[in-house]
Design a protein around this ligand. Structure first.
Ligand code: A2R
Length: 309
């Protein structure tokens, strides 16, 4: 008898195909009546592929053994509830580090040199009437990384290749890392020209970048967020961008995606991106393969490849 699993959102075709070859897959996101589907399949479902799993959903699935999240961030899964219910949780770390680091540097250059705006400047014929204003460069500047983890370290390596000085903040100093550690985010923001956010979402980091941090970053400082929208106090950020309280922001993530504060659309000191961090064929295929590999390992009784619970 085929193992039954619940899929909570759309996955890559390659990943869905691999799941269908192994399991009987129930697609929650395609169900017209989600409650009816859950009630019908609940007695048999042993795994979930995808995120957005709260305690209430776990409670409805008495045979649930494992949640295989698509993505390194698993803030959409109630891991405390999973632990209490003895349900394993996996994520997809490392395979996206390079893609994430590339988009981070890309957004930094795009913001420093206003690439979206200069493109529009040429297309709209404005160059014929005069030159675009002078801008700033990355080299020689200090970048403060909030979250010098797997992705943060790849960002750091690339920032150094851009001839930037790297400093970082996290809950603890990493003795093996050569960069200066700040135990206080406000202090780091004050000393940095660029503040790059690549820490997890969730309660512990909610609005960690608040008015005090942004004020410390200051009118010459740039913010880049490729971690989670919840890391930033978004209304305060909008206000500071409007007033010149900080120099600019490049944002790949937002508090209520895909809703983006419309006030940002009118600002020239902003570069916006629709959560594209890991969104390449190369990386998403690897992430999908890791979701499937974790489920394979679990049902073969082997160690999980990337367990978080
Ligand atoms: O706090 P530490 O020393 O464990 O450093 C981690 C940092 N971090 C925090 N920093 C300040 N306050 C916190 N409450 C806090 N919690 C975690 O974030 C670490 O340096 C970094 C996370 O690194 P990794 O666990 O290796 O995650 P990875 O693979 O780099 O991905 C980061 C995030 C994901 O969670 C997604 O939200 C996003 O990138 O795509």
């Amino acid at each position: 008898m085929s193992i039954e699993i619940l899929q909570t959102h759309k996955l890559l075709d390659t990943c869905e195909k691999a799941l269908a070859e192994r399991f009987t897959v129930h697609k929650l996101h395609e169900a017209a009546d989600k409650a009816e589907l859950i009630a019908r399949v609940a007695p048999a479902v042993r795994a979930i592929a995808g995120g957005a799993v709260d305690d209430a959903l776990m409670a409805k699935l008495p045979k649930l053994e494992i949640i295989a999240n698509f993505g390194v961030g698993y803030d959409s899964i109630d891991t405390n509830a999973a632990r209490a219910r003895n349900i394993r949780v996996t994520n997809t770390p490392n395979v996206l580090n390079d893609a994430m680091a590339e988009i981070t540097i890309g957004l930094m250059i795009a913001l420093a040199r206003r690439l979206p705006q200069t493109d529009q400047f040429v297309r709209q014929g404005k160059w014929l009437k005069g030159n675009f204003p002078l801008l700033s460069e990355l080299n020689g500047k200090t970048v403060g990384i909030l979250g010098l983890g797997r992705i943060g370290k790849e960002v750091a390596a690339r920032a150094q290749a851009m001839k930037m000085r790297v400093v970082y903040h996290g809950r603890k100093r990493q003795p093996d890392e050569p960069h200066i550690y700040y135990d206080n985010l406000v202090d780091m923001a004050r000393d940095a020209d660029w503040l790059v956010l690549i820490a997890p979402g969730g309660k512990a980091t909610e609005k960690i970048v608040n008015r005090e941090v942004l004020t410390a970053l200051g009118p010459q400082g740039f913010l880049v967020n490729v971690g989670r929208g919840t890391l930033v106090d978004e209304p305060v950020l909008v206000e500071m961008l409007q007033s010149g309280g900080i120099a600019g922001a490049a944002l790949d993530v937002f508090e209520k995606e895909p809703q983006v504060p419309e006030a940002l659309f009118a600002l020239d000191n902003v570069v916006l991106s629709p959560h594209q961090g890991s969104a390449t064929h190369q990386t998403r295929n690897k992430m999908g393969a890791l979701v499937v590999a974790n489920l394979d390992a679990h049902f073969a009784g082997e160690p999980l490849l990337s367990a978080v619970v």
